[in-house]
Unconditional design. Structure first.
Length: 296
């Protein structure tokens, strides 16, 4: 039997093993990531599939919650299992437990999704290094946002993942305005604050570029994002790209530290969580402890 038996359990996990799942999903059919009673969500669907396999309720921790309609190519979650649950996933078949869980989870998701089969795909399952936390160990998250500005670029085949914007946008103006928001800032003007939570984030990348097809792609990367932050940043930048506001207006709004009548959210369907980055195994625990201290 080629069982993979972890040498070290999760620190402080009461004997549980921490399992990392890498997945992608089409957010269109879901009411966002987080579990909501009576609504289909990505988290709810994933946890139901896992519960069928593990034979008990489970709760996953996600790197970054996504709004209704928002997609992911590089989402990361973790789930804690007992060693017996992990090793029992093979059911007598000579498979690595990670391979067994990957195969069986894909099957459970397919059955649970029915006509939506393929809307959630798990690409990788592995035992996480000691200290790993999908949320708090992350160094940064990177999103993309596609914009077809001008009707000549409106491709019906991409309408579910691209914003159709009626006005031609100026890439130079977009980048001039976006660059003024980089760094460690209080993004209260661009967030829907949660009670008791900080809105200070480090915005590492905010830039726009045209692809070979002429479609604009925004890249937004930060150590973390507060609620609605990416859609608010892009929505506000569109005013600048269209010439309605000057580039410095984005920074003026940042300094105001308040949402007002000019606050706008870009549509969710072109937004994709592309990647979540983590430090090397030796730095996971320290990163998680530092992030918890900042967020809590």
């Amino acid at each position: 039997m080629n069982h993979q038996k972890p040498a070290v359990p999760v620190t402080g996990g009461g004997g549980f093993l921490r399992i990392r799942l890498d997945l992608a999903y089409d957010g269109g059919p879901f009411n966002g990531w987080a579990v909501q009673p009576g609504r289909r969500t990505v988290q709810g669907t994933l946890e139901e599939a896992l519960a069928l396999l593990i034979r008990r309720p489970v709760r996953v921790t996600v790197a970054g919650r996504t709004d209704a309609g928002v997609h992911a190519r590089g989402q990361v979650v973790h789930v804690d299992l007992t060693e017996a649950e992990w090793l029992g996933l093979n059911r007598g078949v000579e498979l690595d437990p990670s391979v067994a869980l990957l195969r069986r989870l894909r099957g459970a998701l397919s059955r649970g999704l029915g006509d939506l089969t393929g809307a959630i795909e798990v690409h990788r399952v592995a035992i996480a290094p000691v200290g790993f936390d999908a949320r708090f160990s992350a160094l940064w998250r990177r999103y993309s946002y596609r914009i077809a500005d001008g009707q000549a670029r409106w491709d019906p085949l991409g309408r579910t993942s691209t914003l159709w914007h009626k006005d031609q946008l100026d890439v130079g103006l977009l980048n001039e305005g976006a660059s003024q928001l980089l760094g460690l800032q209080d993004f209260r003007s661009y967030c829907k604050p949660r009670e008791g939570a900080t809105t200070i984030r480090e915005l590492q990348r905010f830039e726009f570029a045209r692809g070979a097809d002429g479609v604009l792609v925004a890249t937004v990367q930060a150590d973390a994002f507060c609620h609605n932050m990416v859609r608010s940043l892009v929505g506000s930048a569109l005013y600048v790209g269209a010439g309605v506001e000057k580039p410095g207006w984005l920074h003026e709004r940042l300094l105001a530290r308040q949402r007002d009548a000019r606050s706008v959210l870009a549509a969710p369907h072109p937004l994709v969580l592309e990647e979540v980055a983590y430090p090397s195994a030796s730095g996971l625990l320290a990163r998680a402890e530092l992030t918890r201290a900042r967020r809590e």
